[in-house]
Design a protein. Structure first.
Length: 450
C-alpha cells in the first residue's frame, strides 16, 4: 500500500496562487461586463435618457442601494435652487397664426334651430372652435416655357425671341425648387437618394438616383462653393466654435472601400444666424483640425479626441470639453457595469448641472453672458468641485479597464476642459450643437446598412 504525502506550500506559493486567482477573477468580471455591454448594444435601448424611476426625486431611491452609497459619500450632490427662472407650462403649442386657415362650419339643421318648448327660433349666442392640421401631399408640376418668335412680315428678317431664364443646368429638367427639395431630404433629413427614387416613382416621376447624384455633385462642387467660402470666413470670426467628426464610407477613394473616411463638422453662430459647415477628409489626423481652424482665435468646444488638443495648443485656443460625453461613459457603466450605484451618483451630479444649464439657455428667458457666469459661479461651481473630489476619491477603488473605471478616468482626464464653461458665459456645457448637426450622417449610415 502506497502512502500519499502532500508537499508543504510556502507562504510565497500561497500568495502567488491568491494573486493569480484575484487576477483571474478581475479578468472574468471584465469579460462579463464586456459581454453585457455587447448585448446592450445589440438588444438594449439606445436612449441615454435617465429612466423615470431614476429621475423622480420623491421615489427614485426608495428601493435602491444608491441611497446608502450617497449617504456614505460626503461629496454627493445636494439639492440646488436656480434663481429667477420659471419654466413655461407644458402642453400643446398653439398653431402659428400665419398658417392658412380654412373654416369648416358645423351648423344645426333648420329643424334643430326650433325651440322644443315654445317653437321660437333659436338665436346664435356664440361658438366653440378647435383647430386641426391638415396635410396636403407634395405636388409635382411641369413648367412649360413658351417663347413666341417674332419676325418682320415684309422682309421676314431679324427673327426675335425672348432669352431662356437662367437655370442651374441648361437643357435639364431640374428647377431650383426641385434641387432644394432633394438637397434638403438628403443632407438635412438623412434620406438617401436610393430612397428618394421610389418616392418620386409613386408620384409618377421617373427620376433615377444616378441623375440626382450628378446634380448633387455639380451643385456642391460649383454653385455652393462661394457661399461655403463666405460662411467659413464668418464662422472663424465667432467667439465659440464647436467641432466633431464622424466616419462614412466612400466607394471611390485611394483607400479601400471598407476603410473609414471622415466627415468633419464645425458649428457656430447665435440663434437666427447659425453656421454649420461639413468638410470631407479621408484622414482623421491632427492636420485636419489644424487646417480647418487656421486663423481662429476663440474657444473650441469638442469631445476628448486628442487631435483637437494638438490643434488647440498650436493655434493658442481656449479648449472646452463636453459633459455629454462624460455622461455617456457613466450611462454605459450604469447599464452594464458591476457597480451601477456609483455610476448613478455621477449621473446625479451631471443631472444637477444640466438642470441649471437648461434654465440658462431657454430661448423664452434670455440670459446674458455675464448673468450666465454669475449663476454658474454660484450654483454650478460648487457641484463641479464636489463632483471632482468624488471622482478623485473613487478613481483608486475601481478597475481601470472596467466601464466605470474608463468613465472615471475619462472625466478626470478631461477635467480642465470640462470647467471652461464656468468662466465663459457664451460656452455651453456640452458639444451637443455638433452632435445634432452630424446626426443626419449617422442616420443615413444606419439606413444604408439596415
Amino acid at each position: 500500500m502506497s502512502t500519499l504525502s502532500a508537499t508543504p506550500q510556502t507562504p510565497g506559493d500561497i500568495a502567488s496562487v491568491l494573486a493569480r486567482a484575484a487576477a483571474l477573477d478581475e479578468r472574468n468580471r471584465l469579460l462579463e461586463e464586456e459581454n453585457r455591454w455587447l448585448k446592450a448594444q445589440l438588444f438594449g435601448r439606445s436612449s441615454e435618457k435617465m429612466p423615470l424611476e431614476d429621475r423622480n426625486p420623491d421615489q427614485a431611491w426608495l428601493f435602491n442601494e444608491i441611497e446608502v452609497t450617497a449617504q456614505a459619500t460626503p461629496d454627493a450632490p445636494q439639492t440646488i435652487t436656480i434663481p429667477a427662472y420659471d419654466r413655461a407650462k407644458r402642453g400643446r403649442k398653439k398653431l402659428a397664426a400665419d398658417i392658412p386657415r380654412v373654416e369648416v362650419v358645423h351648423d344645426l339643421s333648420a329643424a334643430d334651430k326650433i325651440c322644443p318648448s315654445d317653437g321660437a327660433t333659436l338665436e346664435r349666442i356664440g361658438e366653440e372652435t378647435c383647430e386641426q392640421l391638415e396635410f396636403i401631399p407634395a405636388q409635382i408640376r411641369v413648367l412649360k416655357h413658351i417663347r413666341p418668335k417674332y419676325a418682320c412680315p415684309c422682309c421676314h428678317a431679324g427673327v426675335r425671341i425672348a432669352p431662356l431664364p437662367v437655370t442651374l443646368f441648361p437643357k435639364s429638367i431640374l428647377t431650383a425648387s426641385l434641387a432644394a427639395h432633394i438637397t434638403t431630404a438628403k443632407f438635412v433629413d438623412g434620406t438617401p437618394l436610393y430612397r428618394q427614387e421610389p418616392q418620386f416613382e409613386r408620384m409618377g416621376i421617373p427620376l433615377g438616383r444616378g441623375t440626382m447624384a450628378l446634380w448633387m455633385i455639380r451643385i456642391g462642387g460649383i454653385f455652393i462653393v462661394p457661399l461655403i467660402n463666405l460662411l467659413n470666413e464668418l464662422l472663424l470670426t465667432e467667439s465659440v466654435i464647436h467641432s466633431d467628426e464622424t466616419r462614412l464610407q466612400v466607394l471611390k477613394s485611394d483607400k479601400a472601400p471598407s476603410a473609414d473616411h471622415w466627415m468633419w463638422v464645425r458649428a457656430a453662430g447665435p440663434p437666427g444666424r447659425r453656421i454649420v459647415l461639413f468638410d470631407y477628409d479621408p484622414s482623421r489626423a491632427g492636420a485636419v483640425p489644424l487646417r480647418l481652424l487656421d486663423g481662429y482665435r476663440g474657444v473650441l468646444v469638442t469631445d476628448g479626441y486628442s487631435a483637437y488638443d494638438g490643434a488647440a495648443e498650436v493655434l493658442g485656443l481656449t479648449h472646452a470639453g463636453c459633459m455629454a460625453h462624460v455622461r455617456r461613459y457613466f450611462d454605459e457603466a450604469k447599464k452594464v457595469g458591476y457597480d451601477s450605484s456609483q455610476a448613478k451618483v455621477a449621473l446625479e451630479f451631471i443631472g444637477k448641472l444640466s438642470l441649471i444649464e437648461r434654465s440658462l439657455w431657454d430661448h423664452g428667458h434670455p440670459v446674458t453672458s455675464a448673468q450666465r457666469v454669475e449663476i454658474r459661479q454660484k450654483s454650478s461651481t460648487p457641484i463641479m468641485q464636489d463632483f471632482h473630489a468624488w471622482l478623485e476619491a473613487l478613481a483608486p477603488k475601481v478597475l481601470p479597464e472596467s466601464r466605470l473605471g474608463k468613465a472615471v478616468n475619462y472625466a478626470l482626464g478631461q477635467w480642465p476642459k470640462l470647467g471652461v464653461f464656468l468662466t465663459h458665459g457664451e460656452v455651453p456645457m456640452t458639444n451637443n450643437r455638433c452632435e445634432n448637426a452630424i446626426r443626419p450622417f449617422v442616420t443615413e449610415r444606419s439606413l444604408c446598412t439596415s
